[in-house]
Design a protein around this ligand. Structure first.
Ligand SMILES: Cc1cc2nc3c(=O)[nH]c(=O)nc-3n(C[C@H](O)[C@H](O)[C@H](O)COP(=O)(O)O)c2cc1C
Length: 189
């Protein structure tokens, strides 16, 4: 099993973070958590503090001595869930000015998985250009755009349609494994 970094920012949608952490742990992976200061406020405001229960390690946002600040640490990749437009801009600009942004920068330079789940609407041209820039550098943008064809019955079911994509692009799922029914379960009529 692998180790992943989960970055959580001050964008709305902390439920996406907790579901990602929960599924990674359930699948047997280790989760190293980095939460920005606004991220902690929003996680608390949205009632998702149980997020921290799923982490193997929690790193301080200012701790550049943490292992994930270095390319030598054996992480399989990183997801930023949800990703604010501020953090997206910092990753796109390569500022490396906090541990989350530095860890994302490390994933890009080491050619490891970097999945970014932006949460904003509508997007400005600046947001779109930043998404283009990180995509060109190797990141995968997975917007918080849930699908409805699997007929989700709860908010968690709906959120998991996004989390399933995140897990797939992190290579965190085994062969033929998924957390929501795939399209082939519905299209074969
Ligand atoms: C309740 C709440 C919801 C927010 N939602 C978003 C959002 O969906 N997207 C976004 O880009 N910023 C959002 N913000 C603003 C960010 O928290 C703010 O820009 C912050 O500086 C982001 O910092 P970070 O990227 O270091 O976490 C929200 C703020 C609050 C208080």
């Amino acid at each position: 099993m692998s180790r992943y970094i989960l970055g959580v920012t001050g964008a709305s949608g902390a439920i996406y973070a907790i579901r990602t952490a929960m599924h990674l742990k359930r699948l047997g992976h280790g989760v190293s958590l980095i939460v920005t200061k606004p991220g902690r406020d929003v996680v608390d405001f949205e009632g998702q503090n149980a997020l921290f229960d799923y982490a193997e390690k929690v790193f301080n946002i200012d701790d550049f001595f943490a292992e994930c600040a270095s390319g030598s640490a054996d992480y399989a990749g990183m997801a930023v869930v949800p990703c604010s437009m501020g953090t997206l801009g910092r990753i796109a600009a390569g500022t490396s000015d906090n541990l989350l942004v530095r860890s994302a920068d490390v994933c890009l330079k080491e050619r490891r998985h970097l999945v970014i789940v932006p949460r904003e609407m509508p997007y400005s041209l600046i947001h779109i250009e930043n998404m283009e820039r990180v995509t060109r550098a190797g990141a995968v943008i997975i917007p918080a755009s849930p699908q409805f064809y699997s007929r989700p019955q709860t908010i968690e079911d709906l959120v998991d349609t996004v989390v399933a994509k995140v897990l797939k692009h992190l290579d965190a799922l085994g062969n033929n494994e998924n957390i929501v029914p795939g399209w082939n379960s519905f299209s074969a009529k």
